[in-house]
Design a binder for this molecule. Sequence first.
Ligand SMILES: C[S@@+](CC[C@H](N)C(=O)[O-])C[C@H]1O[C@@H](n2cnc3c(N)ncnc32)[C@H](O)[C@@H]1O
Length: 237
Amino acid sequence: MDRWVLLIGPRTYLVDRKMKKFSTDLGTIDLGKIKKYGQKIKTKKATFVALKPTISDVLRASKRMPQVVLPRDAASIIAETGASRGWKCLDAGGGSGFLTMFVANIVRPGKVYCYEKNEKFYKNIKKNIERSGLKNIVLKNEDARKFRERDLNLITLDMIGVEELVEKCYRRLAHGGWLAVYSPHVEQVKAVREHMDKFCCVKTIENTTRVWKVGTHTHPVPSGIMHTGFITFGRRL
Ligand SMILES: C[S@@+](CC[C@H](N)C(=O)[O-])C[C@H]1O[C@@H](n2cnc3c(N)ncnc32)[C@H](O)[C@@H]1O
């Protein structure tokens, strides 16, 4: 079994088995008694099932500092580019490390080089990565504008001023490599697209997801996150 285990009962917890015991308002869980996934563990007030966490479980439990790229947008980046096992990738800025970890999980044992210039955010990303168990992330507390990697299969950018980096990204991509830029505002999309003349397959998308309440009166849940950001893609020939 891995170090981290997902406990699902009346509530869900991602816990470190090194802790030995885990206290909740529903009673204490003796983590030493968990021997296999699927095992039931009882406390005084509840029953939990131990499961192997997926990357999505880890991300749900990870600490967010700057605004993160949500799974629907991260999934689009993977789907559009076809990112897969063995790819060499770069992500900037790291933020809370969410997009970095999502991509790293798909491309492992390929690597993701993650640049985050803010030290506080860098330290939080480091902790989030440790908890994920991913070993294929090279995290750097540096300015992404000075990145040194070459022959990259995928570059993902989510930070202010990315338009300055687009031409460098083109040169540092492998042939057929992809750039995916995440931008919350249309003005940022326009600024990025002005620098994308050399790229092929350029397109900008927005994802929306509606969650439905299903019952006697079935309808979309009236609140939720509608706009997240735009993603602009381009490919090096
Ligand atoms: C919106 S957050 C990125 C969130 C990230 N995509 C995620 O999913 O967790 C933007 C980050 O870019 C960082 N940043 C801004 N300019 C940077 C630069 N030149 N080099 C490295 N990081 C930078 C900021 O400190 C911030 O943490």
